[in-house]
Ligand binder design. Structure first.
Ligand SMILES: CC(C)(COP(=O)(O)OP(=O)(O)OC[C@H]1O[C@@H](n2cnc3c(N)ncnc32)[C@H](O)[C@@H]1OP(=O)(O)O)[C@@H](O)C(=O)NCCC(=O)NCCS
Length: 204
């Protein structure tokens, strides 16, 4: 059974979002392996998982396993895992995860983009589309993004879009062998009655 707002495709200018497909395996794997230095400092990994090299964790076979897990989570309504396209090419991911319903109607968002297209506003556009989609069709009330204080580019993304800084989560995520502090940023529907993309267009 489909969940509210999933599957779907979203587009704004050169930036497109859609569910991953099995034929993305090669492009995803190539981009992830080429961008190890760019991505590794910011990405968490379950501490109990057996050790594996970056290349092993990002092989086309690893993509197939990730795709199965993404589809399962999305079908259950717990996640919206989008491929990010720039001018039709796969360049990154943006994932809404930890969707909690009931009195919360809340979720977290995470993202990355290939260094080759960094600095062109791809993720701010993708994030604005995703937030608007979550606040309308999906029916969520709050979206948060958690970012390491050392991650200047990601802090710029949420600050440009007007996310509210809500505080520090000490030892929040396990990254590269250590529990790392993160700053929490969030928006609720009340913050963007006009829509985030619409607001970004008028202020950016
Ligand atoms: C954070 C990230 C997703 C931003 O995506 P993006 O599409 O490049 O976003 P923007 O184009 O708005 O650029 C954001 C900032 O990055 C910096 N930046 C721009 N080009 C850059 C480059 N080639 N290399 C490093 N930083 C760059 C600038 O400070 C820019 O801010 P500005 O617009 O005020 O100049 C991207 O840098 C990335 O994937 N980083 C690695 C993974 C990561 O940190 N994920 C988020 C974890 S919370």
């Amino acid at each position: 059974m489909a969940s509210p707002g999933w599957p779907t495709a979203l587009v704004e200018g050169d930036v497109g979002l859609r569910p991953f497909r099995l034929r993305d395996a090669q492009a995803w794997s190539e981009s992830r392996i080429r961008n190890e230095e760019w991505l590794a400092p910011w990405e968490g990994r379950q501490p109990s998982l057996p050790p594996a090299t970056w290349a092993e964790r990002h092989s086309p076979g690893a993509f197939a396993a990730m795709l199965r897990s993404m589809r399962r989570e999305a079908r259950a309504g717990r996640s919206l895992p989008f491929a990010v396209l720039h001018r039709g090419s796969l360049v990154g991911q943006i994932t809404v995860s930890g969707v909690v319903r009931g009195a919360f109607q809340s979720a977290s968002v995470g993202y990355w983009v290939d260094r080759a297209v960094a600095g062109r506003g791809v993720i701010p556009t993708a994030l604005a589309m995703v937030v608007d989609h979550c606040f309308t069709t999906v029916g969520l009330h709050r979206i948060e993004a958690n970012i390491r204080p050392e991650n200047g580019p990601s802090l710029r993304v949420v600050r440009k879009l007007g996310f509210r800084e809500e505080g520090l989560h000490p030892r929040f995520l396990f990254i590269d062998g250590a529990w790392c502090d993160h700053l929490c940023f969030a928006l609720t529907t009340e913050d963007v009655p006009e829509g985030l993309l619409n607001r970004a267009r008028h202020t950016g």
